[in-house]
Design a protein around this ligand. Structure first.
Ligand SMILES: [Zn+2]
Ligand SMILES: [Zn+2]
Length: 259
């Protein structure tokens, strides 16, 4: 995720923290699964990964973004779209489509999967899982995204709107909050919901090869990877070969292991 703090809007960070606290509160009051692990075991490695990712990510992409938005060689295709609302909608859809393609690629190539599986080793999916990504995946995901920002001339505020909405959505769909089944199913026709994303975290290989979307669920419909779970309460989360909690060091070194 591109660091919103680079864009010098502190209220944005506050919104993200508030969403973590809100969904964190809801998943504790109305849990979907009753996990064996303690709160510390569930959240500690994810929080460390999150802090590391946001810090390194912000430091590495700030300069590139600064250059893209200052350079005068190429203003991007969206420069020719004169309606601001249309420009923001196109930017939002483009960034979300990119994330769908990226996520699908992480599952399609064995080298990429080595890094992405860190996210899938989560056996107690909760709000903090939204930040459980290997640093290499986070940094490399920005390279095509920065190219997209440059090619289309996506404006800082438009990027910020997407990043902020996505950050809240990621926390929402990873939460262990038991929202009513009917509401989840209805919402999943437009956006990614907890039950919809739970299937992607299933230990059953075929089930994990579905629901790659991050914000709009229609990408999965469009690219034939949509699958809504019939019995979400029966989903076994995680990876069969890693059926226990991993500490932070094991998570960082996981891509070096062969299984
Ligand atoms: Zn995945
Ligand atoms: Zn996930």
């Amino acid at each position: 995720m591109i660091g919103v703090d680079n864009l010098k809007m502190d209220w944005q960070s506050l919104t993200i923290v508030s969403s973590v606290l809100l969904f964190g509160f809801l998943e504790n009051i109305f849990p979907f699964f009753h996990f064996q692990s303690t709160f510390d075991q569930r959240t500690y490695p994810n929080i460390i990964l999150g802090v590391l990712n946001v810090t390194v990510n912000s430091l590495t992409i700030a300069a590139v973004l600064h250059w893209i938005w200052r350079q005068k060689m190429w203003y991007g295709f969206l420069h020719y779209v004169k309606l601001p609302w249309l420009s923001i909608c196109i930017s939002f859809v483009l960034l979300d489509l990119y994330l769908y393609v990226w996520h699908r690629m992480m599952h399609s190539f064995s080298f990429a999967w080595r890094f992405h599986k860190v996210h899938h080793t989560e056996i107690s999916m909760n709000t903090s899982t939204a930040y459980r990504f290997h640093i290499v995946e986070v940094i490399s995901s920005n390279i095509p995204k920065l190219l997209l920002v440059w090619l289309f001339g996506i404006q800082p505020v438009h990027l910020l709107v997407y990043e902020l909405t996505l950050a809240i959505e990621l926390v929402f769909h990873h939460s262990n909050w038991a929202i009513p089944k009917k509401v989840d199913k209805l919402l999943s026709k437009i956006i990614v919901t907890p039950n919809f994303h739970r299937l992607h975290h299933s230990q059953v290989f075929e089930e994990s090869q579905s629901n790659y979307a991050s914000f709009f669920s229609f990408w999965d419909k469009m690219f034939k990877s949509y699958s809504y779970p019939k019995y979400p309460e029966k989903i076994k989360l995680g990876l069969s070969q890693h059926n226990h909690d991993l500490n932070i060091l094991k998570l960082i070194l996981l891509p070096l292991k062969n299984n």
